[in-house]
Design a protein around this ligand. Structure first.
Ligand SMILES: Cc1ncc(COP(=O)(O)O)c(C=O)c1O
Length: 458
């Protein structure tokens, strides 16, 4: 006699358990499930996340070529730190560092590290600044208990984190309305013998502009020559490090400038690699404090490590190398220029509405549009961001600028490689529509405002 179907059989035949059951979310599961069920469970949940194509907030790469994806998928098992087992991956990391050092005009042989992103690269670079300062002070018989680091309010939060985690006093230059980057006039009053370094940003998270790096370098060279105070400059090129060399090759911000001793860049932003890769490059080998390098031989070969993590995947290093050889200077320049042209097109469309004021569109800038509402309106930038998301699903971040420019509200649209001219046209139309809705109904309700996100994204 045929066995009647149980409800379990029906689930297996027509659907899956999680059509009618909650997902395991608290207790460690007693039993397992089929591979198909597990895959569907995860896939279906993820389907409700944000759509990267409509996300104008993130700097991080959301698309790579199929060939790059294949390299990533085929090498996921490789533990990057295991140099004994995977010496070729280690050599490929070194190639990437040499190529970046070349791109950034390092004067000779240098050193650096692959990191998880710019945050790790900044922690390591700033630790090296602290250690080198300590060595200089100890050699001169001076106290080492009050290190400070100078940067502007335009930096990413990672710089404050570094200072708190590693006990360094942050000397922060406040921003002002209309002045969203810093220059030598801001740095000069803050420098003293306890300054471990100055951090300048190439492509800020807030408006995409660069600090006056040439001016800050000039000041630091003068201080060195006139007062014997040797203060190094670190460049946070998280975003700009892959933009400036291709869009503004004659603009000096890198090792062409004497006091620039280290640079960080995110491979996973304009380096065009998926998340999980950043780079730290020193001007010269001697800029890396030797005390921070550890030698270990657990994995069958003595290796020097200079990282905050140990085991990690090699795939993104390989993917970065893939991009370097695939695109070269010419390919990166083509992609960056295409994004810049599209950003300018969006900027023109927005300006033509008469509703918006662009922020620093005539300065060197990342391929993005930073803008705010012009004139008096019965709604603000947060309302527009909210309305656009409700009507068309675009994620266009609105945020307030850091102190002392916190009264300025900004909207920022990243124009990435995946955003075509046609899509930008639609985006501009959708922004116009959202403004028209807000004109009629006024700003968002207080209950909606509570749900709004107010950070610049990543
Ligand atoms: C200027 C700047 N520095 C540092 C970071 C941190 O980089 P990551 O996300 O690669 O750790 C960011 C991220 O947006 C950034 O824009």
């Amino acid at each position: 006699m045929k066995k009647p179907f149980s409800s379990d059989d029906s689930e297996a035949l027509y659907g899956n358990r999680f059509l009618t059951e909650d997902a395991p979310a608290g207790d460690f599961p007693d039993g397992g499930m089929s591979a198909l069920d597990a895959m569907r469970l995860v896939d279906e949940e993820l389907a409700l996340e944000g759509d990267p194509q409509r996300n104008l907030a993130t700097f991080v790469t959301t698309w790579m070529e199929p060939e790059a994806q294949r390299i990533i998928a085929e090498n996921l098992y490789r533990n990057f730190i295991d140099h004994a087992e995977y010496p070729i991956s280690a050599e490929i990391e070194q190639r990437c560092i040499r190529m970046l050092a070349d791109l950034y005009h390092a004067p000779g042989e240098t050193t650096g590290a692959r990191t998880q992103g710019s945050s790790e690269a900044i922690m390591l670079g700033a630790l090296s600044l602290k250690w080198k300062w300590k060595q200089r002070r100890e050699a001169a018989g001076k106290p080492v208990d009050r290190p400070n680091l100078i940067f502007g309010g335009d930096v990413h939060v990672v710089w404050d984190k570094f200072c708190r985690y590693f006990d360094v006093e942050p000397k922060i230059v406040p921003l002002q309305e209309g002045k969203y980057t810093i220059g030598p006039e801001d740095v000069q009053p803050l420098v003293d013998e306890n300054t471990i370094g100055v951090a300048a940003v190439l492509g800020t998270t807030f408006t995409g502009h660069a600090d006056d790096i040439v001016g800050i370098n000039r000041l630091l060279v003068e201080l060195k020559n006139e007062q014997g105070l040797d203060v190094p400059l670190h460049i946070d090129g998280a975003s700009g490090g892959f933009v400036w060399p291709f869009l503004y090759p004659d603009s000096e911000w890198d090792f062409r400038l004497e006091q620039v001793r280290s640079i960080n860049v995110s491979g996973h932003k304009f380096g065009l690699v998926y998340p999980g890769i950043g780079w730290l490059v020193f001007r010269e080998k001697s800029d890396l404090a030797e005390d921070l390098v550890f030698y270990e031989n657990y994995l069958g070969k003595t290796d020097a490590t200079f990282t905050l993590n140990f085991s990690t995947g090699a795939s993104m290093v390989l993917a970065q190398y893939y991009n370097f050889v695939r695109y070269g200077r010419e390919g990166y320049a083509y992609i960056m220029k295409a994004m810049q042209q599209n950003a300018r097109f969006l900027a023109e469309r927005l300006e033509a509405t008469g509703n918006f004021e662009l922020i620093g569109a005539d300065h060197e800038q990342l391929p993005l549009v930073a803008f705010k509402l012009a004139g008096d309106k019965n709604y603000d930038e947060f309302d527009l961001s909210w309305q656009l998301s409700a009507e068309r699903g675009w994620m266009l971040p609105a945020y307030t600028m850091p102190p002392n420019a916190e009264d300025v509200r900004v909207l920022r649209a990243l124009v990435k490689q995946t955003l075509s001219r046609e899509q930008i046209d639609r985006l501009a139309d959708d922004i116009v529509e959202a403004c028209a809705t807000l004109e009629k109904k006024g700003g968002a309700h207080a209950s909606e405002r509570k749900k709004m996100k107010t950070s610049p994204g990543y």
